[in-house]
Write a protein that binds this ligand. Structure first.
Ligand code: NAD
Length: 315
């Protein structure tokens, strides 16, 4: 299996690369990103190449030359960044997806393009959010995610492209800092508390959002892609979640381990509106039934692991 990860230099890609190498062999994974300095860094851990996913000719050449069988398309401007330049978010997110789907069709690749809890909106049921429900997001990021789910399903039903994906909640990790999402606070807090002992949160204290610890997120990407297609009723995209908490709950649990930690709030109105429109917690029973999804990490274990990993970093 030859695998191409596009947008590999971000929060998820940086950790997905070693995970895929472990599962499918070092030489069978290629990391691609538009930022040359990031590709330089990736070249220490993987075969890597500079690629703008919007440049379909170069993208096509890489897929063809390397006989790619599976594409992980991670290219996106995230929710908070996307609201600063919605037109750019649409052209990058949808342009990269359309090129990826077209190449998957032409070269018969399977393809994974993550969706997000950002695909939901204000009038989605916020508690136990169902797999199939109202999806009317009010961010450009969300509009792209819903469109991406539809387009990926269309390529499956119209052209037989093996497209599969999950709706990731906020991903918590310690390999690479997050790239401008609304759930970033749940990562930043660990760095700030270890570095400075204080953290100012831009999300209101009682806003609940789903989260997933990176090891579970990585398992989801390979487990779904390797699942027997006969068991899949849904394709794009499955609800998956590992935990749900508010800033207040997270900070109180961190305080138990770091009693000197100080927290306050300076709510960002854009992030407030986005986070308020997202689920409090999702129902991920379809993923559990259709491909055996079962997360291993809850909030308490995640906090212990994050604190020890971030403490080891040199600042
Ligand atoms: P990120 O912003 O950290 O990384 C995205 C990468 O894409 C960056 O390295 C960037 O350089 C690269 N990129 C941007 N434009 C490109 C282009 N034209 N060609 C090639 N590369 C390009 O994002 P991430 O957090 O790793 O997210 C990856 C995917 O997962 C996205 O689709 C995102 O929407 C989804 N997702 C992430 C989260 C999360 O919490 N991190 C949650 C839900 C969904």
């Amino acid at each position: 299996m030859n695998i191409l990860v596009v947008g590999a230099g971000g929060q998820i890609g940086t950790e997905l690369i070693p995970h895929l190498q472990k599962n499918y062999g070092y030489d069978n994974v290629i990391a691609a990103d538009v930022r040359p300095e990031v590709v330089e860094r990736l070249s220490n851990i993987s075969r890597s190449v500079t690629l703008d996913a919007l440049d379909v000719k170069s993208y096509s050449a890489i897929v063809k030359e390397n006989r790619i069988d599976r594409i992980y398309n991670l290219v996106a401007l995230l929710s908070a960044t996307g609201e600063k330049n919605p037109q750019l978010a649409w052209s990058v997110n949808m342009g990269a997806l359309l090129n990826s789907l077209e190449l998957a069709r032409e070269f018969k690749c399977s393809i994974f393009t993550p969706s997000s809890i950002g695909a939901f909106g204000n009038n989605t049921p916020h508690d136990n959010t169902p797999q199939d429900t109202v999806m009317r997001p009010n961010t450009m990021y969300g509009v792209c995610k819903v469109s991406g789910e539809l387009l990926s399903d269309y390529y499956y039903s119209r052209f037989g492209v093996d497209s599969r994906s999950v709706r990731f909640p906020g991903i918590i990790s310690n390999g690479c800092l997050p790239g401008g999402g609304t759930t970033d606070y749940a990562v930043e807090v660990f760095y700030e508390i270890i570095r400075k002992g204080t953290y100012t949160c831009q999300i209101p204290e009682n806003t609940y959002m789903d989260m997933l610890y990176m090891p579970d997120a990585l398992e989801a990407t390979t487990q779904l892609m390797d699942a027997d297609p006969a068991t899949l009723i849904h394709r794009n995209s499955f609800n998956v979640t590992g935990m749900s908490f508010s800033p207040k709950e997270l900070f109180s649990a961190i305080s138990k381990r770091v009693p000197s930690a100080k927290f306050d709030y300076n709510v960002d109105p854009v992030k407030d509106a986005i986070s308020a429109s997202w689920p409090n917690y999702m129902d991920d029973s379809c993923a559990r039934k259709e491909w055996g999804w079962k997360p291993k990490w809850g909030m308490e274990e995640m906090i212990d692991d994050m604190l020890s990993a971030v403490r080891l970093k040199q600042f």
